[in-house]
Design a protein. Structure first.
Length: 339
């Protein structure tokens, strides 16, 4: 808190309430509690007491195991009944869209095996053929899926941060103004990811990644208390690679565990949870055969509820698709050749 003068301080103190004076306020709040936003995964919602609330959620993971993919998937699920601001600090909007379209095609294929499905690489990359050279898959092949994807995610606004990047203050200011302009639905904010946020040029103390990240976490925590859940990603310290993500994993890059309302560890079971290179290589080979990774979503901190609990998801990286344990029976356990 900062007070410009004695008058401001006096006014503030005059509005303070003793606890017995707060009783009626508490009763009214409990009659009309803040809404809870479903993540779209029943197993995760159960661990989070219904879903996301007005709190800061920080998911920590090693690089390249699917932390951006799970954030995007939850954001898409959330957008069904809410606005979503997705700050894409790492990826382009085109890449996110291609990932989403691929997931739509995969679900369509699961429901009807006569339909084609397209990997992310089919949409983004060029393939080489001896006769024709490098060719790009025509948009018309997956246009139907693209239309369904953009309709499904019509409440998402992806913010590409551009060459100059974005600060945590920028994110907070944009989010508050977006909420003011779009007040007909609740807003949920996603930040992908913390260690790529820029330093505030007006803050001379922000000279290294730890200080920048710590300040970003503080600002995002305050933002979440203004009536919007904030879901941010964090990369674990390199020294923690090969170990299951714990409360100490993010210490080198910011004290995320102290400020977050909910701290989440995200692990590739059998790969990022072991330093045994032989066991790791064996699990990767098995994943390539069956087409999915076994990933765990672990609650490491949850101030007002249970912690040290986890659920397992199946992640099909080629299609940016996650499957909840309640839906395992609907999806193939082995990769199949594309039609």
């Amino acid at each position: 808190m900062a007070f410009a003068d004695m008058k401001e301080l006096t006014e503030f103190v005059s509005k303070l309430k003793l606890n017995n004076e707060y009783a009626s306020d508490f009763a009214e709040i409990q009659k009309n509690p803040s809404p809870v936003v479903s993540t779209g995964f029943l197993s995760i919602d159960k661990m989070l007491n219904g879903g996301l609330q007005n709190e800061l959620y920080i998911l920590s993971a090693e690089s390249s195991i699917g932390k951006s993919a799970i954030a995007q998937t939850i954001a898409e699920n959330v957008s069904k009944n809410n606005y979503v601001l997705y700050f894409a600090v790492e990826m382009s909007r085109r890449e996110l869209s291609a990932r989403g379209i691929s997931a739509v095609s995969f679900d369509e294929y699961i429901d009807d095996k006569s339909k084609p499905r397209f990997k992310i690489s089919d949409i983004l990359a060029r393939r080489y053929d001896e006769a024709t050279g490098f060719t790009h898959l025509a948009y018309s092949n997956y246009e139907e899926y693209a239309k369904k994807y953009f309709e499904k995610t019509k409440n998402i606004c992806v913010v590409e941060t551009g060459i100059d990047g974005v600060t945590a203050k920028d994110i907070a200011n944009i989010s508050v103004e977006f909420q003011r302009v779009h007040s007909d639905k609740p807003l949920v904010v996603f930040v992908d990811y913390l260690q790529l946020l820029c330093a505030d040029k007006n803050d001379p103390s922000q000279r290294d990644i730890r200080i920048i990240t710590n300040e970003a976490v503080r600002i995002l925590k305050n933002l979440s208390q203004k009536g919007m859940p904030v879901f941010a990603l964090s990369s674990v310290a390199r020294s923690e690679y090969g170990s299951k993500v714990s409360m100490s994993s993010s210490k080198e890059s910011g004290a995320c565990e102290y400020t977050s309302g909910v701290a989440i560890g995200f692990n590739w079971k059998g790969v990022t949870t072991t330093r045994d290179e032989i066991a790791k290589a064996s699990e990767i080979e098995e994943c390539n055969k069956r087409g999915y990774r076994r990933v765990t979503f672990d609650i490491l901190k949850q101030r007002n509820s249970e912690r040290f609990i986890e659920t397992e998801l199946r992640y099909y990286p080629a299609y940016n698709k996650f499957v909840d344990e309640y839906d395992f029976h609907r999806y193939p356990t082995e990769e199949e050749t594309l039609p």
